[in-house]
Design a protein around this ligand. Structure first.
Ligand code: KIV
Ligand code: ZN
Length: 521
């Protein structure tokens, strides 16, 4: 039987949409600087295409895409646009300085979306799609088209619209299972049918974009790959709208590990996976569950005695991948109290963090020294948390922590004294509560009457050991808007207060942005 060799194999394009679809997760919004950090980490991992945002959504989104397009040189940078002139022109403008730019334009094609959302006839949708692709081609040769909700669209109509957009100049046709409705055999069959039936299918790369509502995003994407898809859209840690997207790390490692099944290759540097995963979790405030495949803390931990014995004798008995191949040990570089500014700067540069000025470097370095006084070994995860927390952008820190004193004694009501700097003015308040965290949050509430509801409070340790930093995630809601905040410190009450303030600062910063899939046409 013919079995493909590496040289026979086609490339599987990895299209990361953490910065766009990932950001549509409730509370996952990122600042421009944070997006640039993630984009650099993705570029270092050799992701082929980085979807950096939806430029028409807001001035902030536009500037983020622009900033990513400026700094990323080795990956293609993509901007999303509805099939509307104003969206496409804005995306084209944002991508002007990209080394390699892609415009991704889309319009819904399922009967329910066309009738209920767009209120358009299929012929109008087809016409608008063709027009959008032609317009996008005025900015770049690299145009991608998505028939939104393709997973619930009629095959004949899909074939017609895909043939038309390829003729109009789309080089990539992306098939989204927008609502995560498909199952693997059916979705793979859809991709195969499209490739077989669309007459000019050989002129475009077929891509897939699967949501995880039934927990099938990765399975559906891989089934599509077996059936001819040569681009997968995915996100780090599976972040994304509702139940998320296909997880990049799972797609990449499945294709790498099961080369007997997949007739294609991925070019990624997989040793960067853990660094990217931690960075995204850290910035968005979405913790990674311990049993998450590839990037969860337990993904390579062998608890049972039988397994441990087997792994010690021969690791292949129970391990199908090597932990170091996804970066579990590669990123354990240690800094400490005696590390100098140069080692610090170099390590952060390796992690994709560049400082805009010497003051910025000094500020983070002085926090590093404070941390090194409390914690002997500082790992990459600690450094990333430090940089995220320092924020590097003053504008997002309206409320700052000046000092915190808590008292917690057996049999006594815990109390907290908090001093804040709110918009340049120092204020203090004291409160008691069920515990020191509760007391601290209550004291803050008396100073910042934000009217927010606490949806989630969780604590993780960043590394191991009792001197490890605690990483706290706080999720707040107000008037339907959700934000996540994160804070880290060797003292978990301080980490909690930092996380709460981080979330409050986000909540207080005005954000007005259109959602790509609910906005008007
Ligand atoms: O889920 C979806 O359909 C999308 C499109 C914009 C590709 O995110
Ligand atoms: Zn999506």
């Amino acid at each position: 039987m013919w079995s493909p060799t590496v040289t026979d194999k086609q490339k599987l394009v990895i299209f990361d949409t953490t910065l766009r679809d990932g950001e549509q997760s409730p509370g996952a919004s990122m600042t421009r600087e944070e997006k640039v950090r993630i984009a650099k980490a993705l570029e270092r991992m050799r992701v082929d295409v980085i979807e950096a945002g939806f430029p028409i959504a807001s001035q902030g989104d536009f500037e983020s895409v622009q900033a990513v397009a400026k700094v990323v040189r080795d990956s293609t940078v993509c901007g999303l646009a509805r099939a509307l002139d104003r969206d496409i022109d804005r995306a084209g403008e944002a991508l002007k300085s990209a080394n390699s730019a892609r415009i991704h334009t889309f319009i819904a094609t399922s009967p329910i979306h066309m009738q209920m959302k767009l209120r358009m006839q299929p012929e109008q949708v087809l016409e608008q799609a063709v027009h959008a692709v032609k317009r996008a081609r005025q900015f770049t040769d690299d145009v991608e088209f998505s028939p939104e909700d393709a997973g619930r669209s009629e095959l004949d109509f899909l074939c017609r619209i895909i043939e038309a957009v390829i003729d109009a100049g789309a080089a990539t046709v992306n098939i989204p299972d927008t609502v995560g409705y498909n199952v693997p055999e059916q979705f793979g069959g859809l991709i195969r049918a499209l490739i077989e039936r669309v007459p000019n299918a050989d002129k475009a790369v077929f891509s897939v974009h699967c949501h995880n509502d039934l927990g099938l995003a990765v399975a559906n994407s891989l089934s599509a790959v077996v059936n001819g898809a040569r681009q997968v859209e995915c996100t780090i840690n599976g972040l994304g709208e509702r139940a998320g997207n296909a997880a990049l790390e799972e797609i990449v490692m499945a294709v790498r590990t099961r080369q007997d099944v997949f007739a294609c290759n991925v070019d990624l540097d997989t040793t960067q996976i853990i660094t990217c995963s931690r960075l995204v979790s850290n910035i968005t405030g979405f913790p990674v569950q311990p049993n998450k495949a590839i990037v969860g803390a337990n993904a390579f931990a062998h608890e049972s005695g039988i397994h441990q014995d087997g792994v010690l004798k021969s690791r292949e008995t129970y391990e199908i991948m090597r932990a170091e191949d996804v970066g579990w040990s590669a990123n354990r570089m240690v800094l400490g109290k005696h590390s100098g500014r140069n080692a610090f700067r170099t390590r952060l540069r390796d992690l994709g963090v560049e400082f805009g000025s010497e003051e910025e470097l000094n500020e983070v370095f002085s926090r590093f020294k404070q941390l090194a006084d409390k914690k002997h070994d500082i790992y990459d995860e600690d450094l990333q948390a430090l940089v995220t927390e320092t924020g590097l952008d003053e504008e997002h820190q309206h409320i700052k922590l000046v000092s915190l004193k808590v008292c917690s004694e057996t049999g006594e009501l815990p109390s907290a004294d908090v001093v804040l700097n709110v918009g340049g003015r120092e204020q203090s308040a004291a409160a008691t509560g069920g515990g020191p965290v509760d007391a601290s949050f209550k004291a803050i509430d008396t100073m910042v009457a934000a009217g927010v509801q606490l949806l989630l409070y969780s604590v993780n340790n960043i590394t191991s050991g009792t001197d490890s930093q605690g990483e706290v995630t706080v999720r707040l809601e107000k008037g339907g808007r959700i934000v996540n905040g994160q804070g880290s410190d060797t003292d978990i009450v301080t980490a909690s207060v930092k996380a709460y303030l981080n979330a409050l600062n986000k909540m207080l910063s005005p954000v007005q942005r259109a959602h790509p899939q609910v906005a008007d046409v």
